[in-house]
Design a protein around this ligand. Structure first.
Ligand code: ADP
Ligand code: MG
Length: 586
């Protein structure tokens, strides 16, 4: 295949650079792009500079879409969201040293969240790094990445690039998915190889994400326990959303009559408002269920690690691909280790051999509680709808019906109160349509994830962001505009982290640690990049703006003016603070 950049004898960006001497020679960068193509990569997210600029040019030439960002962390968040939504690793390209480190935050986050992702970074010449002699962007990147990712490899030789790419791909996507780091040294990127030799080395891996069915005994142990339960429940996690088991879960719920409680990013796998949804019955499930089936959900801090509120006698069935997850916080009575699709298919196949004993009173109790919770919720939205200035609930009273009547819009959500209240307010009815701060509850995923969602699915995206959360990645609004993505960013501006009424206890006139800017006009940032922009002060204005923005399929930014006192410290997880502010001050 022709490689015009190398034939031209310089790099695509115009700077002189040693190039292959003959037309039938190529560089490591070319081999890298071809190897990525061979494993099926069609999109790369990143930010170029020495030594990877030409990698991106060649990737574009080879038919890989290159989505260029303003900061590597955000490009990485796009890659991890791409991985979650497509089941194929999202690829991040970074430069050495700081670019690598910036990107690594996202790769680490992908690993924690079990999203498949590959960070490819150029790195400097080995020898002066190893001798600590001081070289351009010299950093021992492989050593730094290793503890934070699922797998890490360094490539020193152009002939190893195809194998390295295949290994990275397999590591990212097989078993429990995660982030993989691929370090390619500058000399290797520029190393010359005959095109014919490179083509010989390239290959497509067979079955990179093999099914891993659980043992039949594990299925029967689980089925026996489930069949014996009077007050059972499924807890569905984002592992189930990732594994695309909505059909299996639908059948299992219908055939067993067992209610389900989705974790945040599993919302919509089965409808949040379905008759067996226990989404409003979290405490009830924790306190009263006798058997809980964890389906691609970890019993981590988001489920109180199986402690606290949880009944002492509840028995768990846990379906997970990673055997190390079992028993990590509480004894698991029936572990089912294997991929979810195989596990649920096997359970469905054995279902006729078991008779369920679900107590109808349990279902009635869940439905009664749900109805009363829904009523209270509707009343809260209604009573806040008229609040002026708006609070989170007033804004959500306008947004909820619009998102719910556009179920194919992907919702990106981050913030503190903005996250908690949006998650609680908006029912989802389609799988993999909600992406949020997830397991680490981090801030700074918003704009990157919005780009990754729009690019990888082609769907419209609405990002609901706290003003603080937006600040972490706000500059990527320019990326949304440059790539003309159908993304609407809704910023809830309450003037601060948690809210805008923090007090500087030193009285030196500086803002309090939590205070941002209640008067900021984020919509004007959208103007800078040619987006459709709106500044809204009432639910009616917000409703009109959001409808128009979604319909336009163009980049849009809606600045929602809230009251500065809307929102409380740390949203729903204030209990995680070491102590309330009043008790710290003496
Ligand atoms: P949530 O935050 O929604 O509770 P977690 O990220 O904590 O979800 O848990 C997801 C779990 O799903 C992880 O333990 C992971 O190993 C598991 N998982 C991911 N993909 C699969 C799969 N294909 N089959 C089985 N388990 C999976
Ligand atoms: Mg705020």
């Amino acid at each position: 295949m022709e490689n015009k950049d190398n034939k031209a004898g310089g790099c695509a960006c115009g700077a002189p650079r040693p190039a292959p001497q003959y037309p039938d020679q190529v560089t490591g960068m070319y081999v890298l792009a071809r190897a990525l193509r061979m494993v099926g990569v069609d999109t790369m997210y990143g930010l170029v500079g020495i030594p990877v600029t030409e990698v991106a040019y060649i990737a574009q030439e080879q038919g890989i879409r290159f989505v260029s960002f303003r900061h590597e962390q955000n490009a990485g968040m796009a890659a991890q969201t791409h991985g979650f939504l497509t089941g194929k690793p999202g690829v991040l390209l970074t430069v050495s040293s700081l670019g690598f480190l910036n990107g690594l935050t996202a790769t680490a986050n992908a690993t924690v969240n079990c999203y498949p992702m590959i960070q490819i970074s150029g790195s400097s010449v080995r020898e002066p790094i190893d001798l600590d002699q001081g070289t351009y962007e010299g950093l021992d990147q492989l050593a730094i990445a290793r503890p934070l990712v699922k797998a890490a490899y360094r490539v020193n030789n152009v002939e190893d690039i195809p194998t390295a790419v295949v290994r990275a791909f397999r590591a990212a996507v097989s078993g429990r998915p995660g982030g993989v780091y691929l370090d390619i040294t500058t000399p290797c990127l520029g190393q010359v190889i005959d095109m014919s030799r490179a083509e010989e080395l390239l290959y497509t891996p067979v079955d990179p994400c093999p099914a891993m069915p659980p043992a039949p005994e594990a299925i029967d142990r689980a089925m026996q326990l489930i069949a014996s339960a009077k007050r059972p429940a499924f807890i569905i996690g984002k592992g189930a959303a990732y594994a695309r088991v909505e059909e299996q879960m639908k059948s299992l719920v219908e055939k067993t009559g067992i209610p389900y409680l989705p974790m945040s990013m599993a919302k919509g796998l089965l409808p949040d408002n379905g008759p067996l949804s226990a989404i409003s019955c979290r405490s009830m499930v924790m306190e009263q269920a006798d058997v809980v089936v964890l389906v691609g959900a970890r019993l981590n801090w988001l489920l109180s690690r199986g402690q606290g509120k949880w009944s002492k006698t509840v028995k768990f069935v846990q379906l997970d691909i990673d055997p190390r997850e079992i028993d990590c916080n509480r004894p698991i009575a029936a572990p089912v280790v294997g991929d979810l699709r195989s596990a649920l298919d096997a359970m469905l196949a054995r279902l006729d051999s078991y008779k369920m004993s679900v107590d109808p009173e349990w279902i009635k109790a869940i439905q009664t509680h749900t109805a009363s919770a829904n009523e209270k919720f509707a009343a809260r939205l209604k009573e806040n709808a008229a609040a002026m200035p708006m609070n989170h609930w007033s804004a959500l009273s306008a947004i909820k019906p619009i998102i719910e009547s556009n179920p194919d819009v992907i919702l990106i959500n981050e913030g503190a109160n903005t996250l908690d209240d949006t998650r609680d307010a908006i029912d989802m009815s389609m799988p993999r349509h909600r992406v949020d701060c997830a397991t680490w509850a981090i801030m700074g995923m918003g704009m990157g994830s919005a780009v990754g969602a729009a690019v990888s699915t082609g769907k419209s995206v609405v990002a609901i962001e706290g003003d603080s959360a937006f600040g972490f990645s706000g500059m990527e609004f320019s990326t949304i505009c440059r790539f003309k993505l159908p993304v609407t960013v809704v910023i809830f501006n309450n003037g601060g982290i948690y809210n805008g009424v923090g007090e500087n206890l030193g009285k030196d006139g500086d803002p309090a640690p939590t205070t941002l800017d209640i008067n900021a006009r984020y919509d004007k940032l959208g103007d800078a990049f040619g987006a459709d922009t709106y500044y809204v002060k009432t639910p009616a204005e917000l409703s009109d703006a959001l409808k128009a923005a979604i319909a336009s399929k163009r980049p849009a930014l809606i600045d929602v003016q809230l009251a500065a006192d809307a929102g409380k410290e740390s949203g729903h997880i204030g209990y995680l603070n070491p102590a309330p502010l009043q008790t710290i001050i003496v």
